[in-house]
Design a protein around this ligand. Structure first.
Ligand SMILES: *Cc1c(COP(=O)(O)O)cnc(C)c1O
Length: 379
């Protein structure tokens, strides 16, 4: 039996301990410190965007992004339905209501048409426009940002990009997370790079970044005693975690390149099976980091994602269902939804394949072989 092949395992570069040891030597074992500043600097250099604030999680970044956009009790926020729950939950943290928008089949991300339909209909129903739009670059694939920004612009609604899975992805040469008003990144253990747990918010201006830093360190006013005029949060990244991030920044470009290589391998190895389609860049506008390589299989073969997942599991290969859309989640049954069921259909006949940058070509070949054997057995 081969050793287990994981979906997306942390991939350290060997440079992390240097920064962590520095933190210990200087007793910077606290939130904030030189590693946090350096990590933000390096992220900013990579993104070509100088206003980046490191936070304790991607979810925290989305939450603070919504706070900065003024989302409050009773507001509605439009959110891509095909995503992980962390894109939508912060809307509820604010006492606001998520309204879910379906995907289009090219990028699997927010449909600009369904978005506009939702905006018009929410205005008709509530007399107000939604306060913000959360668009997601799912599996690293950039959403159709020009179209989405155009729709958002027509109604004056700001866009927050959930780029948690899309560090290094590009839309028409621009890095994902830098196109909307705010952009959220995640450095959870399974993402393109890890800080063990962490995130960042990409902000439009130095003032906005300063305000974010203030809010996420408990909103302490600058006076000698503890004095608060607004509600704060404890969302800063620790200096130790940021040390891991600084080390990971040294290998980020290699990690993105390797994820793309792995996607290319799958596309080649599975390319001759007409019943299996490897999800690739639908146009030259988008350049995914391929955080996870995903496949769709022909529904007419009569098996479910769970059948394939279990088969791979018995071959010691970890795979995963596509995200179950938010409009299909019990916790969000009452939320309005706009769309034609595209995400639901994708969910019903797709799967995420092991894609960690740590995987070898032989391991990818073993996964592709197992997929081929299973699919051929269904003819
Ligand atoms: C991972 C993820 C998040 C949350 O990031 P954390 O750092 O785990 O809080 C948000 N949105 C999407 C799409 C994600 O994949």
């Amino acid at each position: 039996m081969n050793k287990r092949i994981f979906l997306s395992f942390p991939h350290l570069g060997g440079y992390e301990m240097k920064y962590i040891e520095e933190a210990f030597k200087e007793s910077w074992v606290v939130p904030l410190g030189p590693n946090v500043d350096m990590f933000e600097q390096r992220l900013g250099d990579y993104l070509g965007e100088s206003h980046v604030v490191a936070l304790s999680a991607g979810t925290a970044a989305i939450h603070i992004g919504l706070v900065m956009l003024g989302v409050e009790q009773g507001d509605e926020v439009l959110c891509q339905s095909f995503t992980f729950s962390a894109s939508a939950n912060p809307v509820v943290y604010q006492g606001a209501k998520p309204v879910f928008v379906d995907s289009e089949p090219d990028t699997w991300n927010m449909s600009p048409d369904a978005l506009e339909e939702a905006i018009i209909d929410r205005h008709r129903v509530t007399g107000r426009y939604p306060k913000a739009i959360v668009v997601v670059h799912l599996y690293g694939m950039p959403a159709k940002m020009d179209e989405i920004m155009a729709v958002a612009g027509r109604y004056g609604i700001p866009v927050l990009e959930d780029a948690a899975e899309a560090l290094g992805s590009e839309y028409r040469g621009r890095k994902c997370g830098t196109i909307g008003r705010y952009g959220a990144l995640s450095f959870n253990g399974n993402k393109v790079i890890t800080t063990s747990g962490g995130g960042a918010l990409i902000c439009p201006t130095a003032d906005a970044a300063a305000r974010v830093k203030f809010l996420v360190t408990q909103a302490r006013e600058k006076v000698p005693y503890y004095y608060h005029k607004v509600i704060g949060y404890n969302y800063r990244l620790s200096n130790v975690s940021a040390g891991i991030g600084c080390g990971q920044m040294e290998v980020l470009a290699d990690r993105v390149e390797r994820r793309r290589e792995i996607h290319g391998l799958y596309a080649k190895l599975l390319g001759d099976i007409p019943e299996v389609r490897v999800h690739g860049n639908p146009s030259s506008d988008v350049n995914s980091n391929f955080w996870l390589t995903t496949i769709l299989f022909d529904e007419r073969l009569g098996f479910t994602p769970e059948d394939l997942r279990q088969y791979l599991d018995t071959n010691n290969i970890e795979s995963r269902w596509l995200w179950r859309p938010m409009n299909m989640q019990p916790v969000y049954v009452d939320a309005p939804f706009y769309g034609d069921g595209t995400a639901e259909r994708l969910f019903g006949h797709g799967l995420c394949l092991p894609s960690g940058s740590i995987l070898t070509d032989d391991e990818i070949a073993a996964v592709a072989d197992a997929v081929r054997t299973f699919v051929k057995s269904k003819y």
